[in-house]
Design a protein around this ligand. Structure first.
Ligand code: FAD
Length: 405
């Protein structure tokens, strides 16, 4: 069969959640999810794996076990999207045709943008929580380090979970503090951007932890090359006049967050916006030119924070609007840009940053959101993985009722 009511590109958080939300409303829809991987990862827990606080295996499930009943899993990779013909091309040469398309292939880690990185990742004290295979190596390095210099990097925005680069730093520092060796570790945070966190309300509580851990902040400082064997990292610093100069830093441990971009077949498609992400209307998540195309998740070009939390709110919006579009009715559901970043400032405490478009705070709980709390650690480490697998990926729209247009 190569004709479908709905084709969903990607069976990650966004693809599966959206499929479940669609089938909950219209079980009769013929839906194909195109997903090449037989493994599905709960990536928000990678940060905890990197801190020795979560079992790596518990972040991973088989794709087969998560495909909603009633949907067809096409185990393939989309290479071309041809919206004029309502067609996607697959890597085996097949074409599939749709009435509606949902583009949710996530984003691409651009490891090649940092010279020497691929050759040394996973050795020489160079790690990244952004890769399932490497998060355990982060913990190995952190738990073995007693003294020396630890560098944590953050690339230019946008990235998925913008808080994750500094979360790795706080949890590492907390471990060294508990071991009594933090005073012997020179901790440096190199941020390609100019602010610690994009939503100003959360900067003061984070700065308290930066001070407590005696971490040094280097803004407008971008990692451009790594020599693992020599344990040297090259940073390009940009000054206030826009002039750049390079400097080398020695390290004993280097936690890298690679630059990120839309997958190539998205960047190369007619659906892309100027930055390469899937163009969408910020409220409806519908493509501005192709009415039968929607996008959500990390590949989507809306200006929200790229998080699984955002997907939880986006999935019902796309499901409701796509079904209205198929029935030739006006769209009704509005996405308000919700995203969340549980900032793990110490092992056992989280500042839960929840906000929408333009950084407007959208707290789910009647509590001051800028305070680090044990309850929010529990939410992050214990409740969220279950909410993800048992509610979000099953189409139970917990606290995710869409606003009206
Ligand atoms: P993904 O879940 O990455 O899924 C994309 C899927 O598309 C993959 O299965 C992939 O195989 C598939 N795909 C790729 N290319 C193709 C193709 N050509 N054809 C078909 N399929 C394709 N979010 C939070 O809410 N809270 C957090 O605390 C948090 N922390 C994070 C920490 C780290 C270290 C990382 C890495 C992420 C974190 N996130 C967090 C972000 C969250 O994991 C992502 O925002 C979320 O997974 C996005 O879902 P997605 O479906 O768009 O992408």
């Amino acid at each position: 069969q190569n004709q479908w009511d709905v084709i969903i590109v990607g069976g990650g958080a966004a693809g599966i959640a959206c499929c479940a939300s669609l089938l909950k409303r219209r079980p009769d829809l013929a839906i194909a999810i195109v997903e090449p991987s037989d493994r599905h990862y709960y990536q928000p827990a990678f940060t905890l794996v990197g801190a020795g606080s979560f079992e790596p295996a518990a972040t991973c499930r088989s794709t087969a076990s998560l495909i909603p009943d009633g949907a067809k899993w096409v185990r393939s990779r989309v290479t071309v999207m041809d919206p004029a013909q309502q067609r996607v091309g697959l890597d085996d040469g097949q074409s599939l045709y749709y009435r509606a398309l949902v583009v949710a292939p996530g984003l691409e880690l651009n490891l090649g943008a940092i010279e020497g990185l691929e050759a040394t990742l996973g050795s020489n004290g160079v790690s990244s929580n952004y890769l399932f295979e490497l998060a355990p190596y982060t913990w190995e390095c952190v738990s073995q380090l007693r003294q020396g210099r630890a560098l944590f990097t953050q690339p230019p925005m946008p990235i998925k979970c913008a808080g994750a680069p500094q979360k790795a730093m706080y949890l590492s520092c907390h471990h060294w503090e508990q071991r009594g060796c933090l005073k012997d570790v020179d901790v440096q945070f190199h941020n390609a951007g100019g602010v610690l966190f994009g939503v100003a309300d959360f900067v003061p509580p984070l700065m308290e932890y930066v001070k407590r851990y005696q971490a040094h902040l280097n803004f407008n400082s971008q990692l451009v090359a790594v020599d693992g064997g020599a344990r040297q990292a090259l940073f390009r610093d940009t000054d206030t006049e826009g002039a750049s100069h390079d400097r080398y830093e020695d390290f004993d441990f280097l936690h890298v967050v690679p630059p990120q971009r839309a997958p190539r077949f998205v960047r190369d498609s007619e659906l892309a916006n100027d930055a390469g992400w899937v163009a969408v209307d910020e409220a409806t998540l519908q493509h501005p030119r192709f009415d039968n195309v929607f996008s959500l998740g990390d590949a989507c070009g809306a200006s929200n924070a790229k998080t699984a939390a955002a997907v939880r709110k986006q999935a019902p919006v796309v499901a409701e609007n796509l079904i209205a579009m198929l029935a030739d009715k006006p769209l009704t559901a509005r996405y308000e840009g919700y995203g969340a970043c549980p900032l793990t400032v110490e092992k056992g405490k989280v500042v839960l940053a929840e906000f929408g478009y333009q950084g407007v705070l959208q707290p789910s709980f009647p509590l001051n959101p800028t305070v680090a709390r044990k309850s929010m650690w529990w939410l992050k480490a214990k409740a969220m993985p279950r909410i993800y697998f048992d509610l979000m990926l099953k189409g139970h729209e917990w606290l995710a009722k869409p606003a009206r247009l």
